[in-house]
Design a protein around this ligand. Structure first.
Ligand SMILES: Nc1ncnc2c1ncn2[C@@H]1O[C@@H]2COP(=O)(O)O[C@H]2[C@H]1O
Length: 832
């Protein structure tokens, strides 16, 4: 019966007579039932138990800030603290005070800071108070300003500027230990109470963050002061955007009631999400909170949207409500009574299921030809491999060139060539037969030494000054650093330009150790996947991070994670592909079940190397949650470099950030179909920022094809050489040949590059270039494409031909062998 379908029946708390039973203006049920339940109650519904606001007394910690070395007032204050069983420290400047707060941030934070405000010429007490209040976690510290009696008695309002600056109390200078003892004890009590209250609020905010309900707390003017994670995630509200009016994202009866003077209500609320134009109507419970008669905070608790949406289409608020209740029951007893029948009955629905159901509805009454199309589309949507690439049916789009087919197939396919099973012979504890002496995964001893110094010659310094240009001379860096470019470039960019040491709270020495150990674990014998490639990808990521779009979207820690991921993304790469390792039944392929073998190894080894040794551990000072977040970011970005997922990442990025438009092609991504217009509104959702980070490292990883020609050519030569070596090895070991066309005797390098640019580079760089506003990415790719075509027409095929062609470019003669690899770094010196 609809009669019983109010969002909430009589509230369990509060006297029945207090209910206002307001009629809703919403008419969502046939009988136009009132959907609103209001209670005008006092006191407010939330009571915080006293135990939560209580914190046991701790020994008093006092910090005195007195510029004068032997201040008698300071001595009196310290003596009083000693008598009260506490501990006092003194510093002489504002700088030392802030340093002490930063250093002691968690452990020995003072309860009370006493500041000598009598000598403005030596200590600006107002500035210091503001700086203390601007420091994290200092709200509970009691600040006392010591003033001269004459200042105190100047006028009735003499204390106001001190209070405005952040002081809690003003004290007239005194040498009386008794007066000081009373003052510090009172202050400690106030500080403990404040600390307990702030901790209680933090605990409640953490609890709210773990709720599936969407929770927002506003002030009386409905400015959002706090929103839990579900709210932010679903509605696209980011704390960093600053306070927002609730009415920007919500409307409906709940908002009206919030301003009507009701203390407690239940009513529908309309929520607008950034990603979808349609508002969604959900049940909401609200309460006005205030310790006195006036309201200080208003709380809105809305039921989770995802469970409601599916029912919404059926048009009744009743069904919305039922859906959400089901989710609760699933959460509470679903695990106890799991059965197939129950699973099928779950009211959970993925977006794809909704899409299929919408399409199926669209077939009703549609002409047979449309029905046939829709059914084909639905069949495709039903597979779980939505983003697995398939060569297009369109003959125009078919990859005609066998070399390109080989390359693209090998890069994108998740299948290994498995026709000719190979049994590993001999010991299997190394990554590849082409390993150098320095490529074991063990932490090198030279990095365990202390006092590592970083030497840069004048030439090297000059080169590193250009580290943020797109035509950065990466091969020159390789030469000047004798094959150790990563540590030098890493330090210059990570510490010098991006100051990631601040974000990670580590020192430069640890960062240098980290870079060194990561670089040592790249294989210098690889022609392509060595530390020069890592440095190149790092340089590209750094370049991208300087773009305005990314500066505004990414937090410093995210930028730091991106730089670290770039530096480590191919660590310990064996110079052969994952498919090779699978075919060879390599231990890593066994370990990772043939799935994302190399990328999983790069990510896992990055953390193994980092955590193994405190001197390398750039994360050691991070809080547990921050570390988890950085770790997650680094792993996600490294895994995103896997080429078998290329189209998945690209398609998601384009779907989210490019909307079909009928407008002009200008400023759009250029395709030969309908223009796609950049739409960055989706950036407000954290899950979409993840797509940006993945795309950033992916583009950096293959950016060599979008670099100026002389660099692109050298990289093409290097990757071809590595492919050829893999083919040689496969043949020598009677393994299946993953890319048979990549045979040094027959392969056309220009054609492989044309295929690579056509099928991998162009679409991706267009999407990324539009997003970060960097047209040169596309321009260089086009110019390189044209040049490879010219060379192909001129009959250039082999490495030797390419080398000859390269001589016309201003590039240092290509290295035929690799830089020396000794296992020790030549660009760092170690001192015992
Ligand atoms: N210029 C290029 N030509 C052909 N393949 C490339 C080129 N640059 C990168 N790749 C491939 O793209 C892959 C990206 O991921 P990996 O670094 O694991 O391995 C890379 C190479 O296999």
């Amino acid at each position: 019966m609809y009669r019983h379908n109010k969002i909430r029946k009589g509230s369990s708390s509060g006297s029945p007579g207090a209910r206002a039973g307001r009629r809703s203006s919403l008419a969502l049920t046939p009988e136009d039932e009132p959907l609103v339940d209001v209670a005008n109650r006092s006191p407010p519904p939330a009571n915080i138990p006293n135990a939560m606001l209580y914190s046991p007394p701790e020994p008093l910690e006092l910090l005195c800030v007195f510029p004068e070395r032997a201040s008698r007032v300071c001595a009196a204050a310290c003596a009083a603290v000693a008598r009260a069983g506490g501990e006092a420290r003194s510093v002489r400047s504002a700088r030392d005070t802030l340093e002490a707060l930063r250093r002691d941030s968690d452990t020995k934070q003072p309860h009370v800071i006493v500041v000598d405000a009598r000598q403005p010429q030596t200590l600006d007490a107002f500035l210091l108070a503001r700086a203390v209040r601007g420091t994290k976690n200092t709200q509970h510290i009691i600040l006392i300003a010591v003033v001269k009696k004459s200042v105190y008695l100047k006028d009735d309002f003499a204390v106001l500027p001190y209070l405005d600056a952040g002081y809690n109390r003003i004290m007239v200078e005194t040498l009386s230990a008794t007066a000081w003892c009373a003052e510090v004890l009172q202050s400690r009590a106030a500080a403990s109470a404040a600390r307990a209250q702030i901790a209680a609020v933090a605990a409640l905010a953490a609890a709210a963050d773990r709720c599936r309900d969407l929770i927002a707390v506003t002030d009386e003017q409905q400015k959002i002061l706090l929103a839990n994670k579900s709210w932010s995630k679903v509605l696209g509200w980011r704390v960093e955007e600053g306070p927002k009016q609730l009415s920007d994202t919500a409307g409906g009866e709940a908002l009206r009631l919030a301003t009507s003077g009701a203390r407690d209500w239940e009513a529908p609320i309309t929520l607008r999400r950034r990603t979808t134009p349609d508002p969604v109507l959900v049940p909401c419970r609200g309460a006005a909170i205030g310790l006195t008669k006036s309201t200080s905070h208003v709380v809105f608790v809305c039921e989770p949207i995802h469970a409601l949406e599916t029912e919404r289409g059926r048009g009744s608020l009743h069904s919305i409500r039922r859906g959400s209740l089901d989710v609760r029951s699933v959460a509470s007893d679903g695990l106890r009574r799991t059965s197939l029948a129950k699973l099928q009955g779950l009211p959970l629905e993925a977006p794809i299921t909704k899409v299929i159901s919408l399409l199926s509805t669209a077939t009703e009454g549609a002409p047979p030809s449309t029905v046939a199309y829709i059914e084909r589309a639905v069949d495709m949507l039903r597979t779980s491999e939505l983003y697995s690439p398939q060569m297009r049916d369109d003959p125009k789009m078919r990859v005609e060139d066998p070399i390109a087919t080989d390359l693209i197939g090998a890069l994108l396919s998740r299948e290994q060539v498995n026709t000719n099973l190979y049994f590993m012979q001999g010991p299997t504890n190394t990554l590849s037969s082409r390993r150098s002496s320095n490529d074991s995964t063990v932490v090198r001893s030279q990095t365990n030494r202390s006092n590592i110094k970083h030497k840069t010659t004048g030439q090297l310094r000059e080169l590193l000054d250009t580290a943020l240009s797109w035509d950065f001379e990466i091969f020159k860096l390789e030469e000047l650093t004798r094959g150790r470019p990563l540590a030098h470039l890493g330090l210059a960019l990570m510490a010098g330009r991006f100051d990631i040491c601040s974000a990670l709270e580590c020192d430069e020495r640890t960062l240098l150790h980290w870079l060194t150990i990561v670089e040592t674990n790249y294989h210098a014998v690889n022609t392509y996947h060595n530390s020069t490639h890592a440095a190149d990808v790092l340089q590209a990521v750094a370049y991208f991070l300087e773009k305005d779009r990314l500066k505004t979207v990414l937090e410093p820690l995210e930028a730091a994670a991106a730089l670290l991921a770039a530096a480590a993304h191919d660590v310990d790469h064996p110079g052969t592909s994952s498919a090779f390792l699978c075919n060879a039944r390599h231990p890593l392929a066994v370990l990772y079940n043939d799935v994302s073998v190399l990328e999983s190894h790069h990510a896992a080894l990055t953390f193994k190397l980092t955590l193994n040794d405190d001197r390398v551990n750039i994360f050691k000072n991070l809080e547990r949650d921050t570390y988890k977040q950085v770790r997650h970011n680094v792993i996600d970005m490294i895994l995103a470099t896997e080429m078998t997922k290329h189209f998945e990442h690209l398609a998601k990025f384009v779907n989210v950030f490019y909307a079909k438009s009928s407008g002009s092609k200008e400023d759009n991504m250029h395709t030969d179909q309908e223009p796609l217009a950049l739409d960055t509104t989706a950036l407000s959702l954290p899950e979409n920022v993840v797509l940006v980070k993945r795309m950033m490292i992916k583009c950096a990883d293959v950016s060599n094809a979008s670099r100026p020609q002389k660099f692109a050519f050298e990289w093409a030569r290097r990757i071809a050489e590595e492919y050829f070596l893999q083919t040689d090895e496969e043949k020598a070991k009677d393994l299946p040949v993953v890319m048979p066309m990549f045979d040094r005797a027959t392969c056309s390098i220009p054609r492989s590059q044309i295929g690579f640019i056509d099928y991998i580079i162009m679409d991706m760089m267009e999407a990324w270039a539009g997003f970060i506003d960097m047209p040169e990415l596309v321009n260089h790719a086009r110019q390189n494409h044209a040049r490879w075509h010219e060379l192909d027409d001129a009959g250039v095929t082999t490495l030797a031909d390419v080398r000859r062609a390269q001589r016309h470019l201003a590039l240092p003669a290509p290295t035929t062998t690799n830089p020396p690899t000794t296992g020790t770094t030549t660009t760092t010196t170690t001192e015992e």
